[in-house]
Design a protein around this ligand. Structure first.
Ligand code: UDP
Length: 467
């Protein structure tokens, strides 16, 4: 097999420290203009960043018209047009938590938008004791390929809570969307002649634990349709399968446009020097996000080009493994004053937005990944993005078009150096990345996909006759 070109480039870069392209790299100047110590405010803030200790008040949810400046009137008209046949239809969405996690965040936006389009949508959350959530967490890990011994007790607990929730809830709507494995058993309330049931699976089922999948599968087979986030995440099933990409909301605190003065303030609070290039990775402190690999890549690139590295993440205080990984990251950074490590609280959406916007280059050097929403967020902000070629990342990062894919520390170092020294190429890739997100991974696209699926399941879309 022919070696992949990007790998060849990586290897060449690794061996020679050279570059592909015509421009000369900008050599790293001695920090702060020739041997002087960094200015005190930066140094101080880097050691003791000002991190907000209280969550801000939640902003009001956006209205459909607020999206017009972003996606344009024709796109909004299309949503209204697609919603028209569904007028008066009712939808129930069910998941297992109203707070925390990507699914709840998405439902928080999706449901008001569907309701504004007069597709009346109700959101129910299943309840359960600790024993239920322990079982469902173990199922989650096992479905991702982890080791697990499925016991009768675990099966009984799972079914008992599904049954309790089924008895407690009413199922009078026209359409039911059940999210993820926890409430999958609610489908037993399906009536033969009324209501269409969809199972929206957000997790990667490509390599599930056979016993756990064997237990859940008969319930999944009862649905009228299933929805997965990637073709690679799905299983062979009898019901039709649909592909819905995860999405971001361009009007959320994490993604909305920001006042430049606010971006500057966040950088000042964290001791980030905006007069020099900023390379950023935003991620939970998790080994699969390879933060130590990012530091190694930065150190290699730094031999040739000046930059600062920002590693911002969260969850390290309440997750014992996160705390260990944060410690490893600090050790790998050593005394380098240009590595800024930020352990952020969960209410840091605006700060993360500002950090992404202040970055010259964004890195997401994951070794394993779901979809990689941090990549979507960076691309949406028009940032040249370097990302590991894993999980859903290659769907977003089309190599050298919407970003660059890497497979190693050396490859990542090479691309940091290349993008920092080829700003025009980097800028064009950033623009392409934003367009790619606008077309495929925004909340409004997701609304459109749901409307179409609802129409299909309710028999409103005529099938083409094939001869
Ligand atoms: N994120 C955050 N705070 C952090 C780190 C990450 O709010 O300290 C956000 C990040 O902006 C993104 C999400 O958490 O919206 C992470 O999603 P992704 O799919 O990239 O990775 P996951 O953490 O789900 O594996």
């Amino acid at each position: 097999m022919e070696p992949r070109k990007d790998r060849v480039e990586e290897r060449a870069a690794e061996q020679t420290g050279s570059k592909v392209g015509t421009q000369r790299p900008v050599e790293a100047p001695p920090r702060n203009g020739g041997g002087e110590a960094p200015e005190a405010p930066f140094r101080e803030r880097r050691k003791r960043p000002r991190i907000s200790e209280t969550p801000p008040a939640p902003p009001p949810p956006p209205r459909l018209d607020d999206y017009e400046p972003i996606i344009g009137k024709p796109e909004l008209d299309e949503l209204r047009f697609l919603a028209r046949p569904l007028l008066g239809k009712t939808v129930k969405m069910v998941n297992s938590t109203s707070l925390g996690g990507g699914v709840a965040e998405m439902l928080n936006r999706l449901i008001p938008l569907l309701s504004e389009l007069e597709v009346v949508t109700r959101w129910d959350v299943i309840t359960g004791g600790n024993d239920f959530f322990e079982v469902t967490k173990a199922f989650h890990n096992a479905l991702h390929g982890g080791d697990y011994v499925l016991t009768k007790e675990a099966r009984d607990i799972f079914m008992m809570y599904n049954e309790q929730n089924r008895q407690r809830m009413q199922f009078t709507e026209d359409l039911f969307v059940i999210h993820d494995p926890q409430p999958v058993g609610l489908v037993r309330s399906r009536e033969r002649n009324r209501g269409k049931w969809m199972w929206r699976c957000h997790i990667d089922l490509s390599n599930p634990h056979p016993d756990v999948w064997g237990f859940l599968r008969p319930m999944v087979e009862e649905y009228d349709a299933t929805v997965f986030s990637s073709p690679a995440f799905s299983r062979q099933l009898m019901a039709p399968q649909y592909l819905f990409f995860p999405c971001i909301d361009p009007l959320s605190e994490k993604n909305k446009e920001l006042d430049p003065a606010y971006i500057q303030k966040v950088c000042d609070d964290f001791g980030i020097d905006r007069s020099r290039p900023i390379v950023t990775q935003i991620s939970r402190f998790d080994r699969l996000k390879d933060p130590v690999g990012v530091i190694q890549a930065y150190k290699l690139a730094k031999k040739y080009v000046d930059c600062q590295l920002v590693l911002a993440g969260g969850g390290a205080t309440d997750d014992p493994e996160g705390a260990i990984v944060l410690q490893e990251v600090m050790e790998a950074a050593g005394e380098d004053p240009d590595v800024i490590i930020l352990n952020l609280p969960p209410w840091s959406a605006l700060e993360i937005n500002a950090l992404q916007r202040a970055s010259t280059v964004v890195v997401q050097k994951s070794l394993k990944e779901g979809f990689g929403l941090t990549v979507t967020e960076a691309l949406w902000k028009g940032k040249p993005t370097i990302a590991g070629a894993v999980g859903g990342i290659p769907t977003q990062v089309i190599h050298k078009l919407t970003g660059v894919l890497v497979h190693s520390v050396e490859g990542c170092a090479y691309q940091i150096r290349y993008l920092l020294t080829h700003p025009e190429f980097a800028e064009q890739m950033g623009k392409n990345g934003r367009e790619h997100v606008k077309e495929n991974f925004l909340m409004t696209t997701n609304v459109k996909r749901w409307l179409l699926l609802f129409q299909i399941l309710l028999g409103m879309v005529r099938k083409e006759k094939t001869t």
